[in-house]
Design a protein. Sequence first.
Length: 100
Amino acid sequence: MTKTLLAEFTAREGAEDEVTRLIQEYALKVREEEGNLAFDVYTKAAHPRAYWIFEVYRDEDAFQAHLNAPYGPPFNAALTRLIEEDASVLTFLDPLAPRP
C-alpha cells in the first residue's frame, strides 16, 4: 500500500526565498528516489509563507528509504532555522474507500 502524507511548515518572515530555494533543490533529489511517486510543493494562496508538500511513496519501505537518504538531515537542519515551527508538521493520509 502506498504511503501518503502532507508536510506543512511556515517560512519565517524574510526567509521565503531561502526556503523556496532549499525545497526546490530537495524536491529534485526526492523525485529521483526509486520509491517516490509524488513530491509536489505548494504555497497557500492566501498565505504564501505557508508551504504544503504532498508526498506519495510506493510503500512503507520506500518511505523508510526516503527518511534514511543522506541529503535529508542536512535539508531538515537548514529548514528548521528558517521556519516558524520546530519541524515540518506531518499528516499521514489514507485513501477514502469507494462506496459500495
